[in-house]
Write a protein that binds this ligand. Sequence first.
Ligand code: GLP
Length: 241
Amino acid sequence: MEVIITREDQIGELVAEEIAALIARKPNAVLGLATGSSPLRIYDAVAARVASGEFSLAHASAFTLDEYVGLPDGHPCGYRTVIEEDFVSRVDLPTEAVQGPDGGSSDLDGACASYEEAIRKAGGVDLQILGIGTDGHIAFNEPGSSFASRTRPKTLTAQTRRDNARFFDGNIDAVPVHCLTQGLGTIMEARHVVLVATGEGKAEAVKHLVEGAVSAFWPGTILQHHPHVTVFVDDAAASKL
Ligand code: GLP
């Protein structure tokens, strides 16, 4: 695990460099996209570079990590809508080349199995962007998630629902209780994982991620066993290292 401590405004550019290098050697690369505030600077930097003609995502494809269960199609907080607005609509990545788990399906287990199959058929994820929750979750793999887990339905913890209430006008009751999420085993198959964490609120999770014992109670710690992980943190998120 490589840990890079740098200014928050540098992180987006550094990750955009990684993506540019990947596209240069593999124009049809498969990206793994994360929602949340952590990757926004990355998406800004990539959008600027694509707009300037430095590289193109026209032949790339992407998979998102997770989705709430039960939000109506097109709900502004649905991760499909969020990733479309935050990233896909700003670059030349074709909308139909971006897939996410279907949290509106009447057969959630079937939707999870099809999603795993789609990732497999695409040849797996080349570069997975990740944030981390204050409780150490990655995607929506909450504490206690199995390291071998695949895409599946999960129940969100009270902490995550509190953290994410800010996207639902501060109303925790509006935050769904369930989600579909790629498993830790799914995420571990990405060829390169880039995790971004900024701000003091992430310092405890980053301490466990980088220096803690590998434990299902801090799900991100499984990444210590991944052969190619780059962690980008600012001073505040690195303050407990
Ligand atoms: C959410 C998402 C994760 C994200 C994390 C951190 O619950 N499911 O994919 O990484 O929480 O979010 P943020 O970057 O907004 O702090």
